[in-house]
Design a protein around this ligand. Structure first.
Ligand code: SAM
Length: 292
């Protein structure tokens, strides 16, 4: 039996299965009892909770989750880890391994497999190269799960938690904060991983808000308004909206200054402000000022 909270033993286990961690797959394996406990605690699991784990790796988190949850379906893209994972999870009957690329599988089908009829919990020590696509995929079907606990780069956590008029605040902050309550759990130093990444990480938790944190008629257009405002960060809101790509269909182009001014006036927002100073509620006021 290997102790997966020991970097030395994890390293031996990987070697015995001929697996060298691959950077391109974001393979930094967590080897620390304390952080594993923090993640499991943050998931608020009960013996009735089904869990979906993204990126099983060497199985340290999979096993920690399986001890607190009803069952764990763990997705892993790397077939090289199959024999190792089967060996370390073999005695845990409530673990199901799914060898697939999370980005290519149908998320609703995966949730049906992992959760059955219920809403379960998603947990992931996220492969950093696909952080944003994973979060977008989770939020696109936010009605299928009740909580997600994610280990992400600290810089990403700061963006997801950011408040208006800060350096970290951007369209990703607003997108995620519209769809979910974002909670900071703890910081994670590079030293607890094998191999050690170059950056500090953080654990965050997401809880979906349905339909969204504010009420708007057209959430898609809200998203495009936000992206326009941040696409031209240094410009005033009015100028940024006027220069938005035509494909954003905001209802005005460069020559429609009056229409854009009228929309912002109706929303009660000063077009001379920079977009990055607006709260989600204020972007919502602009969206709700549209007539259609
Ligand atoms: N859960 C393990 C842990 O905490 O030690 C491993 C975490 S490691 C940061 C990320 C894992 O995700 C790796 O095992 C990697 O092979 C896997 N992975 C990367 N891309 C993936 C994808 N598209 N679908 C599923 N798993 C993926």
């Amino acid at each position: 039996m290997y102790d997966l909270t020991s970097p030395k033993q994890t390293s031996e286990l990987l070697r015995s299965h001929g697996v060298r961690p691959q950077k391109r797959l974001g393979q930094n394996f967590l080897c620390d009892r304390n952080i594993l406990n923090h993640i499991v605690e943050a998931a608020h699991l009960t013996p009735e909770t089904p869990v979906l784990e993204i990126g099983a790796g060497a199985g340290a988190l999979t096993i920690a989750l399986s001890q607190a949850a009803l069952r764990v379906a763990a997705v892993e893209i790397d077939y090289r880890l199959e024999s190792l994972l089967r060996e370390v999870t073999g005695s845990y009957e409530n673990v199901e391994l799914v060898f697939s690329d999370f980005m290519r599988v149908s998320f609703p089908e995966l949730c049906a497999k992992a959760f059955g009829e219920e809403k379960g919990t998603v947990v992931a020590n996220i492969p950093y190269y696909i952080t944003t696509p994973i979060i977008e995929k989770l939020l696109a079907d936010k009605h299928l799960w009740r909580r997600a606990v994610l280990l992400v780069q600290h810089e990403v956590a700061q963006r997801l938690l950011a408040k208006p008029d800060t350096r970290e605040y951007g369209s990703m902050s607003l997108f995620v904060q519209y769809h979910a309550k974002v909670e900071f759990i703890c910081k994670v130093p590079p030293t607890v991983f094998l191999p050690q990444p170059e950056v500090t990480s953080s654990v965050i938790a997401l809880e979906p808000i349905i339909p969204g944190r504010i009420i708007v008629r057209n959430p898609e257009r809200l998203n495009r308004l936000v992206r326009s405002a941040f696409g031209q960060r240094r410009k005033t809101l009015l100028n940024a909206l006027l220069r938005a790509p035509a494909s954003f269909q905001l209802g005005f182009g460069m020559d429609d200054r009056k229409e854009a001014e009228a929309l912002l006036a109706k929303a009660g927002i000063d077009g001379n402000r920079r977009g990055e100073t607006l709260s989600l509620e204020e972007f919502g006021q602009i969206e709700n000022a549209y007539e259609d």
